[in-house]
Design a protein around this ligand. Structure first.
Ligand code: ATP
Ligand code: MG
Length: 564
């Protein structure tokens, strides 16, 4: 048992009490129960970290269970991606992987048991009629005309449902509870429906499928889960789960609800994420703009950063919206400690050093990571023609602009001090296309022997040595904090941010990146953190911007607030 002194969230407190009272024989067993109908997202990561984390803290175990009761929406592709993502996040279920579909037979037996107890009946109402008969929060429902069917008839009909005699939607099996119950979930809920559909695991063995509510709690019970942790919207399903467990008189896990994660400027519903993929608003489930685990991975997020984010946001009973800045800070902090620095120019401007010999190349020492002395240094080639960022030169510099301008001296990182002497312009557009400088040979390595002050330090690459690269810059997928905030004639996709992806194709990066492998991460000095995209190849490098160096959200939020 964990004896840590850190503050404990309400779920840990409940478990502590259960262990003290001996409610569950001193063992803790949790589970992460995805429906394999989409890819996992950052909200699932919260649940994964919580469930696997608790199992680790208490020396218990955590099951991975696929709640696969809906064959029309579920696919093996999702099962595979879910396993990959949970593993990538750093969690291990050992051989404890389970499928609700493995319990179909047991669930069927339990349904028959309920019929035999007069606690379930076959109902011939359509889905729409069932909804109409259900009543409202303030109004009791109406009994189904089939509610008092006798037991033999129910048993016979249910078996014939199973044997495929009836078409989809023609009949259901319903619990016989209370049509006037204040909790709508208790008003004779549907337990089974007819669905002639091929299941990704059970094939055509079944043409009736148990509803999620009839499956979930009993699956937990079969696996002897002690603490069945779920999100708040299941709070009013708990009485129904309890009812099934009590009627069937089987092991009773403790359900505990917590607040789901909501992130500003994105959507988290799998239905919506699927629509983004299907309608090609994004390139796929792993598009780096998606809040999916696979999208975040492709974007350059580390498993550590996602886990530390989940720790940081904590576990509560109150729904809220978390700022994107919290997620971004987690990855920034992690990358800052671990990834190598390199120089890359996203919007190149030629810089020619007039007094530097034509064919000379100098190999300069550059520090790989100032946060990590063991990371060492590398050589960066320097020559007469370089590229700097267009933004780092102004012909007519505004106040407090400390970068390059005519007559100004700046430091080229790890290299020399240079002074701008002249510019070349495009004759037609008047745009500056080349900056001319002289360099001071006494300042090699960027040192200033006479102590004179230089305010700006610029990154650069040597034109002859640099590699071309494509760099993809990402902004939030939605331009509104709450994407559902739309007028009556619009839907949430109206809030998609048209500028969420900017592809820069003329970038130049230092030659040490030639061998950078897909997935490897870097800090481009002064620009941000980047990661090699799987689209990248040796002669066509592609990088994704994971996150900028500093929090740009504070500013965005401020501007948004001032506008509204
Ligand atoms: P959706 O409603 O978008 O389809 P879901 O909750 O049905 O999502 P599941 O596959 O059932 O998706 O989720 C598996 C587990 O992850 C559940 O226990 C669920 O409570 C949890 N989960 C899902 N979304 C979040 C979230 N945003 N924050 C925390 N936990 C979540
Ligand atoms: Mg669910």
């Amino acid at each position: 048992m964990s004896a840590s002194t850190e503050s404990r969230h309400f779920i840990q407190q409940i478990i502590d009490e259960d262990l003290q009272s001996g409610k569950f024989d001193e063992r803790v067993r949790t589970r992460f129960p995805p429906e394999p109908n989409g890819y996992l997202h950052i909200g699932h990561a919260k649940s994964i970290c919580l469930n696997f984390g608790i199992a680790q803290q208490y020396g218990g175990r955590c099951h991975l269970r696929f709640d696969d009761t809906n064959p029309t929406k579920e696919e093996q592709e999702y099962v595979d991606s879910i396993q990959q993502d949970v593993r990538w996040l750093g969690f291990d279920w050992g051989d404890q992987v389970y499928y609700a579909s493995d319990y179909f037979h047991q669930l069927y037996e339990w349904a028959v048991q309920l019929i035999n107890m007069d606690k379930a009946y076959v109902c011939d109402l359509t889905a729409e009629q069932i909804r109409d008969f259900r009543g409202r929060l303030t109004e009791p429902g109406t009994d189904s005309p089939y509610r008092d069917r006798d037991r033999e008839e129910n048993l016979d009909l249910f078996q014939r449902m199973k044997e495929g005699e009836f078409p989809d939607g023609s009949r259901t099996l319903r619990g016989r509870i209370d049509m006037a119950h204040p909790n709508l979930n208790m008003r004779d809920p549907v337990l089974y429906r007819i669905l002639h559909a091929t299941h990704h695991r059970t094939g055509d063995a079944w043409c009736i499928y148990p509803m999620y509510d009839f499956t979930h709690g009993q699956s937990d019970s079969i696996e002897r889960i002690t603490h069945s942790i779920c999100t708040l919207e299941f709070e009013n399903h708990r009485p129904l789960y309890d009812w099934f467990l009590e009627q069937l008189n089987i092991f009773h896990p403790q359900q505990i609800e917590f607040a789901r994660l909501n992130l500003a400027y994105t959507v988290m519903s799998k239905r919506k994420l699927l629509q983004l993929v299907r309608d090609r608003h994004v390139r796929g489930w792993d598009d780096p703009r998606m809040p999916t685990i696979s999208g975040l991975r492709r974007r350059g997020y580390t498993p550590e950063s996602i886990r530390s984010f989940c720790t940081r946001i904590g576990v509560t009973k109150f729904d809220g919206v978390t700022d994107m800045a919290v997620l971004e800070n987690s990855v920034r902090e992690d990358l800052n400690r671990h990834v190598p620095r390199v120089m890359a120019v996203l919007r190149p401007l030629r810089l020619v050093i007039n007094n530097y010999p034509e064919d000379q190349v100098d190999e300069l020492d550059a520090i790989n990571n100032p946060e990590d002395p063991t990371a060492g240094s590398r050589k960066v080639p320097f020559s007469r023609v370089l590229y700097i960022e267009q933004d780092d030169f102004r012909e007519d510099p505004p106040r407090r602009y400390h970068r390059l301008a005519p007559g100004r001296e700046v430091r080229l990182r790890y290299a020399y001090l240079v002074t701008c002497t002249d510019v070349r312009k495009d004759e037609q557009t008047g745009e500056v296309v080349e900056v001319h400088c002289t360099y001071d040979p006494a300042t090699r390595g960027g040192t200033v022997p006479d102590g004179r002050k230089v305010k700006g330090t610029l990154h650069w690459v040597s034109a002859a040595h640099a590699l071309s690269a494509e760099v993809r810059l990402y902004e939030s997928l939605f331009s509104k904090e709450n994407p559902d905030d739309v007028s009556d004639d619009e839907d949430w996709t109206a809030n998609l941010n048209p500028d969420s992806l900017a592809t820069m194709t003329a970038c130049r990066v230092e030659p040490s990146l030639a061998a950078a492998e897909s997935g490897s991460r870097f800090q481009f000095e002064r620009t941000g953190y980047f990661c090699v995209d799987p689209d990248s190849s040796a002669n066509a490098l592609v990088f994704n911007r994971t996150v900028t160096l500093r929090d740009s959200w504070a500013k965005i939020e401020k501007t948004a607030r001032n506008k509204s």
